[in-house]
Design a protein around this ligand. Structure first.
Ligand code: HEM
Length: 513
């Protein structure tokens, strides 16, 4: 046999593997005539991964300008089709799960980030118990629990004699995130039982323990975006692993079940998973996932809410007037030595100004990327009348922050905070927004939409309003430097929910009484 004949199969195998490799790297994918514009980027396989991670918002804005309302980009081996026309969102949001699946992507992420292996009914179970406990009548109970915990954290020293009316200085981001995180955590996961230590000691335990938890949570929070992208350097990876274990332990089923006032929402998650035979260590991991989902966004949002009020005196005035009117209507007054106010769900349903101010805060600072996996070849129908073919195995994504929330046609002067943007002239909630003369159904999307819409959205809005309500009734507060500019948005977190600022802003506060 000649040498050539000997090597021929080897050369052929090599060639096949090179071609196979190139295929895997996406080198041969060509746009078909009925598909959206395709942009693979310059780096094989990675495509635009680096630009996307560096600033999702800038990148998508650029692509929107370059390709128009629909385009497919390559990101780390996946082809993502972004739809940027909000009038075309409806069919995607409502598409059946057999075409566009939301669980596949979530499953991978929670396994990587929280070590949790999803079970079939996770989403359904969560949906059901959220409807029961975080909305409607359930919200009456949650509002009460949140209120009591906020008061324990914010005004526990009211009426004590020493130095209570001194000014305190803190970073506004740190202060707001800290208080809202801890009160939300205690309201959901329960309190230290009073029967063991007595009421005051139990309350004190809640204060110190939740503060420790927040301190560790913030470390994880800062690692989170790089953890989600799997780009943590080894040292940080070890730290993330340590923190994960710490939370599994601190939030374990065993420890949680010893608390009192555990919310129905958390209690039911245990019960359902235990009934399904899920091992306890996996349930512990789920508790951490829920802590993340429930506490990672509201704290940062409460910072932006207060900061926008501080920087917009007309907004502050309008919100303050509403708060005072609601209090007066229920015959309550805050005075030295008087009882703490009782702020109920009923009262929080009579605050259209605050509702609009919250909506406006989230329009400017909540920026999730909504992702669906394409389960079979399908068509996307755009409002323009054009159809586009999408391939099985790809992903379809929306980034409403650029597509809707910052669209100057839907929201004139979109970069400006206008506390009454979501109010009609007659003071009712405004829901009519237009683009190209057509009504836009999804005119702001901080909570996502469709089957993955945030199940905690009513509770979260309540939390934000309760926090600001208490700040306004019990405290005087101001920026240390009144001319301080509103900080920029940290570009590392685009896509994950509420954005965080590039730096904190100093403020001071003191009890009014
Ligand atoms: C300002 C605060 C909040 C914002 C901006 C926010 C936003 C979001 C978004 C954008 C999603 C995912 C949507 C998607 O992937 O399509 C989500 C999911 C979720 N949120 Fe929220 N959220 C907030 C507060 C809360 C609170 C307070 C809770 C619970 C008490 C909560 C519980 C959840 C849960 C459990 C999920 C996952 C649901 C599923 O299985 O699909 N969130 N949230």
């Amino acid at each position: 046999m000649s040498k050539m004949a000997l090597f021929f199969p080897i050369i052929l195998a090599l060639l096949a593997s090179v071609i196979g490799g190139l295929y895997l790297l996406g080198m041969f994918r060509k746009r078909r005539s009925d598909e959206p514009p395709l942009d693979k980027g310059t780096i094989p396989w990675l495509g635009y991964a680096l630009d996307f991670r560096k600033s999702t918002s800038n990148f998508l804005q650029k692509m929107h300008k370059k390709h128009g309302d629909i385009f497919t980009v390559q990101i780390a081996g996946y082809y993502f089709t972004f739809v940027m026309d909000p009038l075309s969102f409806g069919p995607i949001i409502k598409e059946s799960k057999t075409n566009l699946d939301f669980e596949e992507f979530a499953r991978e992420l929670v396994s990587r980030v929280f070590g949790y292996q999803s079970v079939t009914h996770d989403h359904k179970m969560l949906e059901k118990s959220s409807t029961k406990h975080l909305m409607g009548d359930g919200l009456v109970v949650m509002t009460q629990a949140m209120m009591e915990n906020l008061q324990n954290l914010m005004v526990h020293n009211i009426g004590s004699s020493k130095g209570e009316r001194e000014w305190h200085q803190d970073g506004l981001f740190n202060y707001s995130y800290n208080i809202v995180f801890r009160a939300g955590y205690l309201a959901l996961y329960g309190n230290e039982p009073a029967k063991n230590k007595g009421k005051e000691k139990a309350k004190e335990f809640d204060r110190t323990h939740s503060d420790e938890l927040f301190y560790e949570f913030r470390k994880y929070d800062q690692l989170f975006p790089r953890l989600a992208y799997s780009v943590l350097p080894p040292k940080d990876k070890i730290e993330a692993e340590r923190l994960k274990r710490l939370f599994w332990n601190m939030l374990s089923v065993k420890k949680t079940l010893q608390k009192e006032n555990i919310s129905g929402w958390i209690g039911e998650q245990h019960q359902q998973r235990a009934e399904q035979g899920m091992p306890e260590h996996m349930q512990d991991r789920f508790m951490f996932l829920l802590l993340w989902a429930s506490q990672g966004n509201t704290g940062p949002a409460s910072f932006w809410f207060i900061l926008y009020l501080l920087k917009h005196p007309e907004a502050m005035r309008a919100v303050r007037e509403e708060v005072e009117a609601v209090l007066k209507e229920t015959g309550q007054e805050v005075k030295p030595g008087g009882p703490l106010i009782n702020l109920t769900r009923d009262m929080l349903m009579k605050t259209p100004v605050m509702d609009s101010a919250v909506e406006e805060t989230l329009r400017l600072t909540a920026a999730p990327v909504l992702i669906r996996a394409v389960k079979q070849d399908m068509k996307i129908k755009m409002a323009s009348g054009n159809d586009f073919s999408i391939r099985k195995g790809d992903r379809v994504a929306l980034f409403p922050y650029i597509a809707v929330q910052m669209d100057p046609e839907i929201h004139p002067e979109p970069e400006k905070y206008k506390y009454n943007r979501f109010l009609n002239e007659d003071g009712t909630k405004k829901t009519d927004f237009f683009k190209n003369g057509k009504k836009v159904k999804y005119y702001t999307m901080p909570w996502g939409a469709g089957s993955t819409i945030c199940p905690g959205r009513f509770f979260a809005t309540n939390e934000l309003k309760q926090f600001v309500f208490l700040m306004l009734t019990y405290f005087e507060f101001e920026l240390v430097n009144p001319d301080e500019e509103i900080p920029g948005i940290d570009p590392n977190r685009w896509g994950f929910g509420t954005m965080q600022p590039t730096h904190d802003v100093q403020f001071r506060y003191r009890l009014r009484y």
